[in-house]
Design a protein around this ligand. Structure first.
Ligand SMILES: [Fe+2]
Length: 154
């Protein structure tokens, strides 16, 4: 198996680490701002997402040091739209998670055919992020609406 470009792979992994850490902060922040009757399950869902982002950040960080590189201490973009209705929160989540998904796809392209373990990791993360996006898309639909939310602007 030929070698992959380590500099490029570490660069993508560091961007992913920053994006996942931004997710931890973003979901935790959102979870403080949920009011109304459905607060309890929504807060719990948002905190689950924060925990999942932290787990992803830790897995990505471990890969960076496995490759003998230094993990970034930075954090990805933290936009605060100051719109705290669930629809705005979920749409922001779809957009930012979409960017992380693109980075995992970049990772897969860089390691495909070069490292079984990193390839497997990238595929697992792509699957997790796609399933997450599918869930958020369903949450953005009105009851009885089957058409995907993401397809609405097609
Ligand atoms: Fe993630």
């Amino acid at each position: 198996m030929s070698q992959f470009d380590k500099t490029q792979v570490v660069d993508v992994l560091n961007h992913l680490l920053e994006a996942e850490l931004a997710g931890v902060v973003r979901y935790t922040h959102y979870s403080f701002l949920v009011f109304g009757f459905s607060r309890i399950p929504i807060v719990s869902w948002l905190r689950d997402q924060a925990n999942e982002s932290l787990l992803h950040a830790q897995q990505v960080g471990e890969w960076i040091t496995t490759l003998g590189a230094y993990p970034s201490l930075g954090i990805g973009a933290l936009l605060d739209s100051h719109k705290h209705d669930m629809s705005a929160i979920l749409q922001e989540s779809l957009a930012t998670e979409g960017k992380a998904l693109d980075l995992y796809r970049d990772l897969l392209r860089l390691v495909e055919g070069h490292s079984v373990a990193l390839e497997e990791f990238a595929r697992q993360m792509i699957q997790a992020e796609e399933l997450h996006a599918a869930d958020v898309d369903k949450m953005l639909r009105k009851p009885g609406e089957v058409r995907a939310f993401a397809a609405r602007n097609d």
